[in-house]
Write a protein that binds this ligand. Structure first.
Ligand SMILES: Nc1nc2c(c(=O)[nH]1)N[C@H]1C(S)=C(S)[C@@H](COP(=O)(O)O)O[C@H]1N2
Ligand SMILES: [Mo]
Length: 322
């Protein structure tokens, strides 16, 4: 339990640092889920996910690493990343990897519509071969104050936007996860506004860092990571990086995201990482690195200021940091 000794004094009790929805789901507090759960995950034995074998996209991996996206931290070991996840469709605890194996990822059609030249539906296996795959090393900072580092594989969101041919009237891209309560029992919990929804502005979508993820650790995406395709927005809190995307809509209305619908005073549309703006229920200036159990300073825009700070010039009146 080394991580407990290394916990700084300022850190409020584990019971208070709970998953995003502790406010409405007190169960997660009672069961003690939260940051302490890592030791359980790490000792539970590394599950092996035989996804590469038989996956129709296995030949695309590993993709070439793009040297422009590297980080100054070690990568989180695969077995830790794959056993500590948020995927509320399958439950509100962190050991979601077992339940998430019920996710059916073929066939997987993605509906692309709204303000584009010609709305279309495309199978994931088609789409993934139309856009250039590469590997990038990214940080991931959850709003719950833990972080990971991951080798994602995918294509830029910008390349997908170009492929979709949006009209000039499009101002936002809205993403939606599947809706299937029989497959994903978390969706039977009616107090959540299913399906999971997220969104970005067109300018954010055009930024190089915005990444559509189809693989991790040199293989097709494991189900608990949000297979077969999810978003990675590393300068924003993790909840923006929506998993298992089924629908992409170009719109002139700012999308109201899943967590924003639930708790707008705690989770907003922008959700940019800022160590100087605490969450209403906990501090945000430090984060627990999951694979070391130690705490490091959180950085402005999660360390990506150079790439993204300019996107928010003139928007200072917006709630940019929650
Ligand atoms: N559809 C969906 N996407 C989601 C979530 C979720 O519950 N459902 N959780 C979010 C949160 S809070 C985080 S921190 C990341 C976790 O991604 P990881 O499990 O790959 O670390 O996924 C995000 N995307
Ligand atoms: Mo998160």
């Amino acid at each position: 339990m080394a991580h407990i000794q290394s916990r700084p004094n300022w850190l409020i009790s584990e019971a208070e640092v709970t998953p995003e929805d502790a406010f409405i789901n007190r169960r997660s507090i009672l069961c003690g889920f939260g940051l302490g759960a890592l030791s359980v995950a790490a000792t539970a034995g590394a599950p092996s996910f035989a996804r590469a074998a038989g996956d129709p996209t296995a030949d695309l991996y590993p993709a070439k690493r793009n040297g422009s996206y590297v980080i100054d931290r070690d990568l989180t070991p695969e077995e830790i990343n794959e056993t500590y996840n948020n995927f509320y469709e399958f439950g509100s605890h962190k050991q979601i990897w077992k339940a998430a194996q019920n996710l059916v990822i073929r066939p997987w059609d993605i509906e692309v519509g709204g303000l584009i030249e010609e709305p279309f539906t495309i199978g994931f296996d088609d789409l993934v071969r139309k856009l250039p795959l590469e590997e990038r090393l990214y940080r991931h900072r959850c709003v719950e104050a833990w972080s990971m580092t991951i080798p994602w594989t995918g294509f830029s969101l910008a390349s997908l936007v170009a492929f979709a041919k949006p009209l000039s009237s499009a101002k936002f891209v809205r993403f939606e996860t599947f809706l299937d309560p029989e497959m994903a029992p978390g969706q039977k919990q009616v107090w959540y506004p299913w399906p999971y929804v997220e969104g970005v502005t067109m300018a954010e979508a055009a930024n190089d860092l915005a990444f559509m993820v189809t693989g991790a650790y040199g293989k097709p995406l494991a189900k608990q990571f949000g297979a077969p395709i999810r978003l990675a927005l590393p300068w924003k809190y993790g909840f923006k990086s929506i998993k298992s995307i089924r629908k992409i809509t170009f719109t002139d209305e700012q999308p109201k995201s899943f967590w924003e619908q639930i708790l707008p005073e705690e989770y907003g549309f922008w959700a940019n990482v800022n160590p100087g703006v605490p969450h209403p229920r906990w501090r945000q200036d430090q984060e627990k690195v999951l694979h070391t159990g130690t705490y490091v300073q959180t950085q402005m825009f999660n360390g990506y200021s150079e790439q993204v700070a300019h996107l928010y010039k003139g928007l200072e009146k917006e709630p940019l940091y929650r």
